[in-house]
Design a protein around this ligand. Structure first.
Ligand SMILES: *[C@@H]1O[C@H](CO)[C@@H](O)[C@H](O)[C@H]1NC(C)=O
Length: 209
């Protein structure tokens, strides 16, 4: 009997670990002492309300050529998030602006449309697309690690606020990871059926941002 209970407790422990994205905190909060070491916390009695407030996303960031601007706020940017297992992003779209296909290796994202009409979707591991035009006030969830994308299809600017269940979700933009990295050209030409001219055009486009 005892063995069964012990076994179930161990099993439950592993299930909880598997579900949790970031480790559970062992203190109320942990404002890092220095930028380089997020494991060493300031004495909590020296924390102030300012440690828990971030004021850097009142306005959109710089727009790229794709008509898109994003400001990811993870624990490296906002140290008050450290150990809390959450982070967020503000993203703004010009008319027609595109958030290229990308994924977050360490987090599920919940995206709330603050303004505008946004064609929004993700692709699952069977290459099935789940996509729809979201209106202001609607929310979409992008499961952890799956490729997702957005485009402003309205006739005015659009804005979303995304939340992540990790303090450091990570971001991989597919075009940049493939064409903006240093993967051998011969491999990319063969993999995508591109001439070297076509490839250099893509490399040029995605090397910078
Ligand atoms: C944190 O600061 C308080 C107040 O100054 C002090 O009493 C306490 O010992 C400190 N804790 C640690 C772990 O240094």
């Amino acid at each position: 009997m005892f063995n069964k209970v012990a076994f179930l407790l161990v099993l439950l422990h592993f299930i909880i670990i598997t579900i949790a994205s970031d480790p559970d905190p062992i203190n109320d909060f942990c404002i890092p002492k220095s930028e380089d070491n997020s494991f060493s916390c300031k004495n909590s009695s020296t924390a102030t309300v300012e440690d828990f407030i971030f004021s850097g996303i009142k306005l959109p960031g710089n727009f790229k050529k794709t008509g898109f601007s994003s400001m990811g706020v993870n624990s490296n940017v906002f140290s008050g998030l450290n150990t809390l297992g959450v982070s967020f992003v503000r993203a703004d779209f010009d008319v027609g602006g595109v958030n290229v296909p990308h994924f977050h290796p360490r987090a599920t994202e919940v995206a709330f449309v603050l303004e505008g009409k946004i064609y929004s979707g993700f692709v699952d591991t069977k290459n099935k697309v789940f996509a729809k035009v979201l209106e202001k006030g609607e929310v979409m969830v992008f499961p952890r690690g799956l490729v997702h994308f957005q485009m402003n299809v309205g006739d005015g600017p659009a804005t979303i606020f995304g939340s992540f269940d990790s303090q450091n979700p990570g971001l991989m933009r597919i075009p940049n990871a493939v064409f903006g990295s240093e993967i051998k050209e011969e491999l990319l030409e063969k993999a995508f059926g591109l001439s070297s001219k076509e490839l250099s055009k893509l490399k040029k486009r995605f090397s910078l941002s």
